[in-house]
Design a protein around this ligand. Sequence first.
Ligand code: AHR
Length: 499
Amino acid sequence: MTEKKARISIDREIEVSVVDERIYSSFIEHLGRAVYEGIYQKGLPVSDEDGLREDTIRLVREIGVPLVRYPGGNFVSGFNWEDSVGPAELRPHRIDPAWGVIETNEFGLHEFMNWTKKAGTKPMYAINLGTRGIEAARAIVEYCNVKGGSYYSDLRRKNGAEDPFDIRLWCLGNEMDGPWQMGHKTATEYGRLAAEAGRIMKMVDPSIECVACGSSGSGMPTFPSWEAEVLMQSYDTTDYLSLHTYYGNRDNNTPDFLASNIDMDQFIRSVVAVCDYVKAVKRTDKQINLSFDEWNVWYHSEEADKKLEKWVQHPHQLEDIYNFEDALLVGSMLITLLRHADRVKIACLAQLVNVIAPIMTSDTGAWRQTIFYPYMHASTMGRGVVLNTAVKVDTYESRHGDAPYIDAVVIKDEENQTLTVFAVNKDLEHPYEVTMDVRQFEGYTVKEHILMTHEDVKAVNTEQDPGRVAPVTVHTDTIDAGTLTMHLPAKSWNVIQLS
Ligand code: AHR
């Protein structure tokens, strides 16, 4: 197939923003086998003395996750945090109405904090503003962040943690705009509650940051008036507003599916506009930034989940098996997030293990799904400053509007002297020759080109065949007279790094 041509333009001085590393965060909910059998499973040869799976920890460290949102999700809106502390054998078994299962609370707050240390990550803790209110919000910040000498801080010490957990980032509930949410509220009701919860939490620990719930999707009927009203009520105590989105290829139209990040891009632009509108109304200098704290592909497991028996413990739930085209979209979504790095400061791939996740486990091992790779490349190589990246390329019609065949973003890291291009070629037939003027980066040479492509967009990785879809290194790119020429095969995820 003939190679088509595209051009990327950057300027070393024209920056979008420094990448906040929290843009590469993830999410673990008490849901399905995310916690139980995912990160915690007593008695396995791969589990340590605390029952934490070392094979999962290895992959979490490999993928690079600075922050993990926990413990939900829909789950959190009916959760009593007190159930998850103290001697494990005394903790109550509860029904979780959100997911129709039994939660044993065997794995709780202290176990999670222990896991974050071993996995080299940090917590982002969500409180229940569905069935609970500001008293529980106050108490958990005291439990986690006050040194000692008070009821809840001393309870933490009695439960084995002498030092405070020092949790910096708190989600004020989850998807409170959704009628499926336990304790679902109107924007005014939630905005008031978020304001008061955030206020009392910051009275306990003024150094924390709070994320208020935005819409659970841009398709919600209350979007974007929800955002405006929530911020009108809670502007002073809110630091970030959340966004959530999931996409699926339900009608098996790959070009349309791969264009879904156009919708994500528009969603971000709209939420930024609302934040800045409220900023103007409030006549304040304070800027609200975005926490895109749930994003991914999610649809493969929908039918299986409808058949699940109720009130069992940690069933196989939301276990999407990701194919190659899902990895391409995840790559494009990462590019979209990075292109908005000036306002998106936190983003969580939802989720991390077993439940709509890049990492899967069984009793005999753990393996990488297709989406593991773009996330890992972005997280480990996408540090530095995002440059304003213009891409001149043909477009195709999609249900999300005109879609460029190539998505790309360029990141410079002056300290380590690297320039990294992330690029997805969505053209299913044609390879692209992409050129970029790099005269401002004199002396830089092509260090590597990591490529992920597959002839079958539906190809998946399994425990038996874990390497079917995996990246390779190619040596196809050149720099000649200050022009970098990159070759992107049809349907491919690419990382080109100069140094
Ligand atoms: O990530 C799965 C679920 O998706 C979360 O529990 C909820 O917040 C969202 O609807």
